[in-house]
Design a protein. Structure first.
Length: 81
């Protein structure tokens, strides 16, 4: 089954927004323990890594810098917290 790259990257953008929001303090995490926040960020990092490995996404020539940057940001956030 062929996946729609636009839909895939749209869903991935949600993960980018979450990771960047947690990192910059704009995501509402007020009622969460740090371990829960780290787990949430890790799940989204994992999601982005999976998405970037899809053949359709690899073959697509759109700029994927924001996704790889969010992976780095998420990993750094977890390491620091």
């Amino acid at each position: 089954m062929e996946r729609d790259v636009t839909q895939i990257l749209s869903a991935a953008t949600d993960s980018v927004d979450l990771i960047n929001g947690v990192n910059d303090g704009s995501w509402d995490i007020a009622n969460m323990e740090q371990s829960e926040i780290n787990d949430m960020v890790q799940r989204n990092v994992d999601h982005l890594e999976i998405v970037l490995a899809y053949e359709e996404v690899i073959a697509d020539d759109s700029d994927k810098t924001s996704y790889s940057d969010a992976i780095s940001t998420g990993n750094a956030y977890i390491a620091a917290n």
